[in-house]
Design a protein around this ligand. Structure first.
Ligand code: HEC
Length: 161
């Protein structure tokens, strides 16, 4: 009667297959969890990863052929000045008066250009104290890179507004 021992000997390939199956399943689920997690965290990671340098990489390209006078027109056309009006009584949005100097101090280490770029394309990244986060969030879709460059150049020109 060698049945029990021969049966258990004969079963080892089954255990091996089950073991391998479990291992592969664990690896697959692990990989799936990692992929799903990284897909979920992409937007915040990208935003958090934007530093003065990464903004500047983008902004310096935009500024290469920028035209401040076209920027002045765009700011009118896109209704920026409806909120960003001059005058002490304006409480909707900060006036563009002095923006060129102020922008450099708003969010160190962001340069003035990088800060203005961020303010337009990702307004919620920093909300100026004393104001509501009411700036439209879709300008990055409405404005081309050229137009963004023109507007930034206009706002960076201290005497233009
Ligand atoms: C509906 C009103 C509204 C419109 C339209 C609007 N903004 Fe704003 N903007 C705001 C408000 C409110 C703030 C201050 C709160 C904040 O930081 O989001 C702001 C902040 C900014 C700042 C930062 C100012 C500072 O002093 O730090 C810049 C730059 C700016 N906007 C540019 C623009 C440009 C360019 C446009 C048009 C393409 C525009 N905004 C259109 C409401 C508006």
């Amino acid at each position: 009667m060698t049945a029990p021992s021969s049966a258990s000997t004969a079963r080892w390939p089954v255990y091996l297959v089950i073991g391998l199956f479990v291992l592969v399943t664990i690896i697959f689920l692990g990989a799936l969890a990692l992929t799903t997690e990284s897909e979920l965290v992409i937007p915040p990671t990208v935003v958090a990863a934007l530093t003065a340098d990464t903004y500047m990489d983008k902004v310096s390209v935009l500024l290469q052929n920028a035209d401040a006078s076209r920027g002045a027109l765009l700011v009118e056309q896109h209704g920026c000045t409806a909120c960003h009006r001059e005058g002490a009584v304006n409480k909707i949005a900060p006036s563009y008066d002095g923006i060129a100097e102020r922008a450099a101090t708003r969010r160190p280490p962001l340069t003035a250009a990088a800060y203005i770029y961020e303010s337009i394309t990702n307004p919620l990244a920093f909300v100026v104290e004393g104001y509501n986060p009411s700036m439209p969030q879709n300008f990055s879709q409405q404005l081309s890179d050229q137009e963004l460059g023109d507007i930034i150049a206009y706002l960076l020109t201290p005497t233009a507004h």
